[in-house]
Structures are given as C-alpha cells and as structure tokens.
Write a protein that binds this ligand. Structure first.
Ligand code: ZN
Length: 89
C-alpha cells in the first residue's frame, strides 16, 4: 500500500503520534487519548492535504454480514482479516 506522501508513510511507520492506518478497512484514523479503542476517522492527509481513499469499513461489515459472519468470528475467511478482500476489486 502506497500512502499519499512521505510524511504520512513515515508517521505510520514510526507510530509516535496517534495516527493509524487499518489495511482491512483502508481507513486512516486518529486514536483518542482516553486509552480506549475508539478512533476518529480522517479523510484528508494532515500534511499534504490529499483526499484519502474511501474508507471501506462499512462495506467490510456489509460483506461479512452478507456471508453470515460477525466481526471477530474465528471462521471469518482469511482475506477479510487483511486488505486482501478489497485489493483485487
Ligand atoms: Zn500526505
């Protein structure tokens, strides 16, 4: 996965700020600082201003639900655990 600019790529690699990229959702987000697991989605790069690719989180839930799975199901097909399910579309 190629990110929009070197700053984005470098911050994601170093993880020093609360910026996160979730490959299976193609989602960029910021962590809340309350120690919980909530995140705030971002849609534009804070450094270069590029519009980030569409977040596929909702589609992920729709697809696994249509297949009869729930998030966290141990039988969830492998491709839904990574970016593989959307990469080849
Ligand atoms: Zn950028």
């Amino acid at each position: 996965m190629k990110h929009c600019c070197e700053k984005m790529a470098s911050h994601l690699i170093h993880g020093e700020i609360g910026l996160k990229y979730t490959p299976k959702f193609r989602s960029y987000s910021l962590d809340y600082r309350d120690g919980g697991s909530s995140v705030q989605a971002i849609h534009y790069c804070p450094w270069c201003g590029t519009k980030l690719p569409e977040d596929l989180g909702d589609r992920w839930f729709d697809e696994i639900e249509a297949l009869g799975f729930e998030p966290g199901d141990p039988h969830l097909p492998e491709k839904y655990k990574t970016e593989e399910w959307w990469l080849n579309k």
